[in-house]
Design a protein around this ligand. Structure first.
Ligand code: ZN
Length: 214
């Protein structure tokens, strides 16, 4: 099992949701608990809804990799990682099971209460590493675990351009500048689009606007 100690001045404030992206549960479990894999995670939820606690959240797991969110960098320092069993885009991406949603709801309820994590800080791997990661992907529905993204009040400013909206969504400014097309794809996944491209249609601008504002 890979882990390190959290730095004393870094508090846990995020939950990062992933999919395993592996052919089966056994392979995923082996990889996540193997020292040579260079990855690890705190929780793994099988398609049957079984929650495996692989690492105590007081330690830092290696699930996020190179990542940024707003002004935070290296999100492993601040986060608890949860992997959902799913073959993923590479091996046969399927819907998450209702048992997974039920277990995830319970686990997040427990973690929110113990670590004072806010709904707005429950994120996807694709949010924090948009240029590298697609998980949990467009078949994951945040509202099925009773969470909604934060909405801003837009009393004072009505027109936002795409870069401003991507930054408000939470992407790090450097990522918006360098990986804009990946940020767009990541938002489309969060909006559960069926077709994921980096094109900026009028519909997309409207959908993003409605996601951000009251
Ligand atoms: Zn991931």
């Amino acid at each position: 099992m890979n882990y390190s100690f959290r730095k004393k001045n870094k508090i846990v404030k995020y939950i990062i949701i992933h999919y395993t992206g592996m052919k089966n549960l056994k392979l995923a479990y082996q990889k996540l608990s193997n020292r040579n894999s260079k990855v690890s995670v705190h929780y793994l939820i099988s398609r049957k809804g079984i929650i495996f606690n692989l690492l105590c959240p007081k330690f830092k797991a290696w699930h996020a990799g190179k990542s940024r969110w707003r002004n935070d960098e290296n999100i492993n320092e601040f986060s608890i990682g949860i992997e959902l069993e799913n073959k993923g885009h590479e091996f046969g991406y399927s819907n998450f099971t209702s048992k997974q949603y039920i277990s995830l709801t319970n686990l997040i309820f427990f973690l929110k209460n113990n670590f004072y994590i806010k709904d707005k800080d429950i994120l996807y791997h694709s949010d924090i590493s948009p240029h590298r990661k697609r998980d949990p992907g467009e078949k994951f529905y945040l509202n099925k675990i009773g969470i909604t993204r934060p909405r801003y009040n837009n009393k004072y400013k009505k027109n936002y351009n795409i870069n401003e909206m991507l930054c408000l969504y939470g992407f790090n400014k450097m990522y918006v500048k360098n990986y804009k097309r990946y940020c767009i794809k990541s938002v489309k996944r969060a909006l559960n689009y069926k077709k994921i491209s980096s094109s900026i249609s009028k519909k997309f601008m409207n959908d993003l606007y409605n996601l951000l504002f009251h």
